[in-house]
Design a binder for this molecule. Structure first.
Ligand code: FES
Length: 204
């Protein structure tokens, strides 16, 4: 199955950003995962077509990173860190609050396909623990209460673009360090930010 025009357009923008098309493999895999709500063989074949890599090479990248989901995922993937720094500062309580507020247990996707919840290993924001990601965009210094508000915001507003800056301002606490200049076109986030390429929770 081929991608719709707007997804093809985004894929072409991604490929054009790199001197070698193969360098676009990771953002393209993300795009394929968002499009199919989970990474499919067909999606990976399309990534291979865009990058000039073989399907096996594409799959070897996809299978290395836990962020590329083969199972079906929701429009929003809420990842709560429960590794040591976050654990010590309440990450488990944050995960519990997310599960309670959404009704989605860790490791599962809600029956409406809107939201997936997971507990994850360190996401590189230990200084701003407890840390949470939504569609891999980071928010630091989260509390159980602010995590509940974040979940309600996702459910009520259904934001198309997930922005680290916005989430940090609305739901975050103390963070590890300044991330640098804001990127109004999308999420800032630490590398590799997909924001300039359009970090979407869903296509409108
Ligand atoms: S331990 Fe949670 S971000 Fe590192």
């Amino acid at each position: 199955m081929s991608w719709p025009d707007d997804v093809v357009e985004r894929a072409e923008v991604m490929v054009a950003k790199y001197p070698e098309s193969r360098s676009a493999v990771m953002p393209l895999l993300y795009l394929a995962m968002r499009e199919d709500k989970g990474l499919t063989l067909d999606g990976m074949r399309q990534v291979a077509d865009y990058t000039g890599l073989t399907p096996v090479q594409v799959e070897s990248v996809a299978s290395f990173y836990s962020m590329y989901k083969r199972d079906s995922v929701g429009d929003y993937i809420v990842s709560v860190c429960t590794s040591i720094s976050c654990h010590l500062l309440g990450g488990d309580e944050v995960l519990e609050a997310v599960a309670e507020e959404t009704g989605v247990p860790p490791g599962e996707t809600g029956s409406d396909g809107r939201l997936s919840v997971e507990g994850v290993e360190c996401i590189g924001a230990c200084g701003g623990a407890p840390a949470v990601q939504v569609n891999y965009e980071l928010v630091e210094g989260v509390t159980p209460d602010s995590a509940r508000r974040l979940c309600r915001w996702l459910a009520d507003d259904q934001p198309v673009v997930i922005s680290s800056d916005q989430m940090q301002a609305d739901f975050g606490g103390i963070r590890s360090f300044e991330w640098g200049p804001a990127e109004p076109g999308g999420a800032t986030g630490p590398v590799p930010a997909f924001g300039p390429l359009g970090t979407e929770g869903q296509r409108s």
